[in-house]
Design a protein around this ligand. Structure first.
Ligand SMILES: NC(=O)c1ccc[n+]([C@@H]2O[C@H](COP(=O)([O-])OP(=O)(O)OC[C@H]3O[C@@H](n4cnc5c(N)ncnc54)[C@H](OP(=O)(O)O)[C@@H]3O)[C@@H](O)[C@H]2O)c1
Length: 294
């Protein structure tokens, strides 16, 4: 949902409000949920002032400024940042593979890895157009289309030096190949998501094949479940650093936008089908629209 405007709920002098403390916001301010989650799908709704936070005016003029709390400074960015830093522990000279690479978390994870010194960042995604975008616009070293018949040989070529860190958004056969065939001993897997199995009736994380389990044990690979909400104590520091990086122009953020609340279901299916580059967002109302204040 796009950054929403705050509207004062009571008119000045309203008899229901004989004592009113000074408002935290002024009408027209762009606000977001201070808890970051659980907004309803609606064009207008009421929330208590304390449940809202001002969208940082410093970021509003950047490209996609009002969408950055969703596409970067919110869940996707924190997941990518903390996944790469705290679980992947990416350091200088690492070779990093990212699956689901052209999506919201993937595009950011690859860029964070590069910022923290990765020697090579290899993206895996579902089209040649996305591969080109990853290299040309997001600075990935190379990218491989998993739908191409040459996928395995191209991946082997890209991973010839072995893989230190695998940021896994998708699971399934792609992840089996990366882990069994290409990961180095003591490699780290960031088990971010397993989208290939989301429509299957299996527990999370989904069961993995025996050769993959054997490879994890034989190579002492770290592959524990990663849940960003377990890292809330690191959110303030991560958010501050992420803001600095975007203001310095170090991180590129893209969105794929669907217009109108009636497109919400379509947008979810589009995202699951790979129709997005960067974050799939739904614009539910135009930010230039105002309601009458009287
Ligand atoms: N661990 C956490 O705390 C946490 C937090 C947030 C999100 N996540 C997870 O992170 C992952 C990425 O989320 P996101 O919001 O960044 O989504 P996204 O990457 O923007 O979109 C999903 C992409 O996955 C690819 N995909 C879909 N089905 C696939 C399949 N069967 N095999 C391979 N690729 C497939 C599609 O691109 P292609 O064209 O490349 O197929 C699609 O565009 C998800 O699994 C999500 O659940 C985890």
């Amino acid at each position: 949902m796009l950054g929403c405007q705050y509207f004062d709920d009571l008119a000045t002098g309203d008899s229901r409000s004989p004592i009113k403390s000074p408002p935290k916001f002024k009408p027209g301010d762009f606000v977001m949920n201070s808890e970051r989650l659980h907004w309803p799908w609606a064009e207008y709704f009421c929330l208590a002032e304390e449940e809202l936070a001002l969208i940082d005016p410093e970021i509003q003029d950047l490209p996609h400024g009002l969408k950055l709390p969703l596409a970067y400074l919110g869940l996707s960015g924190l997941t990518s940042y903390l996944g790469v830093k705290s679980r992947g522990k990416v350091t200088s000279g690492d070779v990093v593979v990212v699956s689901g690479a052209a999506g919201s978390c993937g595009t950011l994870a690859g860029q964070f890895a590069l910022e923290w010194g990765a020697k090579k960042v290899i993206g895996i995604c579902g089209s040649d157009e996305k591969c080109r975008a990853l290299v040309d616009r997001f600075r990935f070293t190379t990218a491989v289309n998993y739908k191409s018949p040459a996928f395995e040989s191209k991946l082997a070529e890209a991973c010839a030096d072995g893989v230190d860190v695998y940021f896994d958004n998708v699971g399934g056969e792609i992840s089996r190949i990366v882990i069994v065939d290409h990961m180095k001993p003591a490699g780290r897997v960031v088990l971010c998501g397993q989208i290939a199995d989301y429509n299957k009736d299996v527990p999370y994380p989904p069961p993995i094949p025996k050769d993959m389990q054997d490879a994890i044990v034989a190579k002492s690979i770290d592959r524990e479940r990663f849940l960003v909400l377990s890292y809330q104590d690191q959110f303030p520091e991560a958010s501050g650093d992420m803001k600095k990086m975007i203001l310095e122009g170090k991180i590129r953020v893209e969105v794929t936008e669907a217009e109108g609340i009636e497109k919400a279901g379509w947008a979810l299916v589009n995202m699951m089908n790979g129709g997005n580059i960067g974050k799939q967002v739904v614009k539910v109302c135009d930010s230039s629209r105002r309601v009458k204040q009287d």
